[in-house]
Design a binder for this molecule. Structure first.
Ligand code: PGA
Length: 253
């Protein structure tokens, strides 16, 4: 049985005080909760402060992006070692907002993923189709390409350390959620491709999160699908009660 993994993607929200307060309240509410793995991903500048608020609790820290070089003249970028240094266990890589607003492609995302693995930070690798791609029947082709190109030169052993986040772009921040069946179908397809690239055992151990307008009232049904192993939560992760409700819904399934 894959343990559920719920991660909060705070995106470019909150200020220092609000990030610290949110982390502290979540830590207090969850106590030593271990029925699901839980992480929060604040923006880079608040990682250190949030790390302090998470101390002693069961919530781990993640970043929203990382660069593939170890150090040097890369103005504005943040290395894997820097993320480790401030206490990150995870980093999101290839989020659709970075793919579509910043222009990141699969090759860059693959370099970042390999760098994170090499440096001991666990990648949450995001994939997902645009609405027009879904409408043109291209969902599986898009997911397959993002997986195959994003996972180039990664060993089966390292693949087990990666979380895949399936986030249909049309469902992110829109209030439109994939139906539980749509999510299940996409997740099962991704697992099939991972089995093809690696092997069945590896594919069975990889956690695949769903992301896109996950809320307290739809979490149980989505997380109840056999291939949905968690959630990457944006908007609802900024509210203590909503995020806790999603975590608890995940733990029950
Ligand atoms: P959302 O964002 O829950 O606000 O749709 C999810 C994400 O982008 O990770």
């Amino acid at each position: 049985m894959r343990k559920k993994f719920i991660a909060g993607n705070w995106k470019m929200n909150l200020d220092n005080a609000a990030a610290v307060t949110l982390a502290r309240e979540l830590t207090r509410s969850l106590g030593d909760f271990v029925a699901a793995d839980v992480a929060v991903c604040p923006s880079f500048v608040y990682l250190s402060a949030v790390a302090v608020s998470l101390k002693g609790g069961s919530i781990t820290l993640g970043a929203q992006d990382v660069f593939y070089e170890a150090n040097g003249a890369f103005t504005g970028e943040v290395s894997v070692a820097m993320l480790k240094d401030v206490g990150c266990t995870y980093t999101i890589i290839g989020h659709s907002e970075r793919r579509h607003i910043i222009g990141e492609g699969n090759a860059l995302i693959n370099r970042k993923t390999r760098a994170a693995l090499a440096g001991g930070v666990l990648p949450i690798l995001c994939i997902g189709e645009l609405l027009e791609e879904r409408e043109r029947g291209k969902t599986e082709a898009v997911l397959e390409e993002q997986l195959r190109e994003g996972l180039v030169n990664i060993s089966a052993q390292d693949m087990c350390k990666i979380t895949i986040a399936y986030e249909p772009v049309w469902a992110i921040g829109t209030g439109k959620t994939a139906s539980p069946q749509q999510a299940q179908d996409a997740h099962a397809f991704c697992r099939k491709i991972i089995a093809d690239i690696f092997d069945k055992t590896t594919a069975q151990s990889v956690r695949i999160q769903y992301g896109g307008s996950v809320k307290a009232d739809n979490a149980a049904e989505l997380l109840g699908q056999p291939d949905v192993d968690g959630a990457l939560v944006g908007g609802a992760s900024l509210k203590v009660n909503d995020f806790i409700a999603i975590v608890k819904a995940g733990a029950k399934t």
